[in-house]
Design a protein around this ligand. Structure first.
Ligand code: BEZ
Length: 239
């Protein structure tokens, strides 16, 4: 952390950079991050505090969807600046007492990092003093199997995350990697994907004349192609 005219400058990891390294105590034992997750995607996410309602709804939802994420070769790791015993007590309460939107008896089996020193939260830019000095915001880092940060999403304290959107983003990132394509607004597996723009005047002309098979070009720079749901999911999901 640097100082500039009395203001603290906090460096934050960025998309395309290596995920900052840390060792931490979690509800599932000690982890070395990201080394322990090499070869898997990871969603590292922070929540403001244990024993709070929005966070509880989020943990129940994420835990219920964990297998779905695991099938897409993605592990989940949570963090708040609470201590280990608070984490354990909260997760026990969730399992034993909380029923919400048809979810009950929910066991959170992914690791939840204790970060009372705020070391990890600070490294990852999860603390946003304009929102809170004592709680991490709802940050979500998608980290690829090589330990590179690929997507970052932030939400404020009051706004619970949409976990279907996090799953959609994970599948879209993997689709882009596997097939060398991009995904348009609101893309879902089965929708058309976007191919890279024409790289030369000749290719732009060919595309507009319909000479590149399988492409549907709205204009020379905006061409899509079909990619069926099975093609995407067979490549991405573990059997
Ligand atoms: C919540 O998870 O309910 C929450 C946490 C911190 C501030 C506001 C709401």
């Amino acid at each position: 952390m640097e100082e500039n005219q009395g203001q603290q400058i906090v460096s934050m990891p960025r998309i395309g950079e290596a995920a900052p390294v840390f060792k931490a105590v979690t509800t599932q034992g000690e982890i070395n991050f990201p080394a322990d997750y090499k070869g898997s995607w990871v969603i590292l996410f922070s929540h403001p505090a244990d024993f709070t309602p929005v966070c509880t709804s989020e943990f129940m939802t994420f835990a219920t969807m964990e297998e779905q994420f695991n099938k897409a070769n993605c592990k989940l790791v949570g963090l708040s600046i609470d201590g280990l015993y608070s984490h354990i007590a909260w997760l026990r309460t969730i399992k034993e007492k909380i029923e919400y939107k048809g979810m009950k008896d929910v066991e959170v089996t992914f690791p939840l990092i204790e970060d009372i020193t705020m070391e990890v939260a600070t490294k990852y830019g999860m603390m946003m003093p304009g929102e809170s000095n004592t709680k991490a915001v709802r940050a979500v880092f998608f980290i690829d199997p090589k330990g590179i940060i690929r997507t970052i999403i932030y939400y404020p304290l009051s706004l619970g995350r949409n976990f279907e959107e996090l799953y959609r983003a994970l599948i879209a990132l993997q689709t882009a990697d596997e097939f060398g394509v991009a995904t348009p607004a609101d893309w879902q597996p089965g929708d058309d994907v976007i191919v890279s723009p024409a790289g030369s005047c000749g290719s732009a002309k060919d595309r507009m004349e319909g000479k590149e098979e399988g492409l549907d070009c709205k204009d020379w720079f905006f061409c899509t192609k079909k990619m069926d749901k099975e093609t995407v999911l067979n490549k991405i999901l573990k059997k």
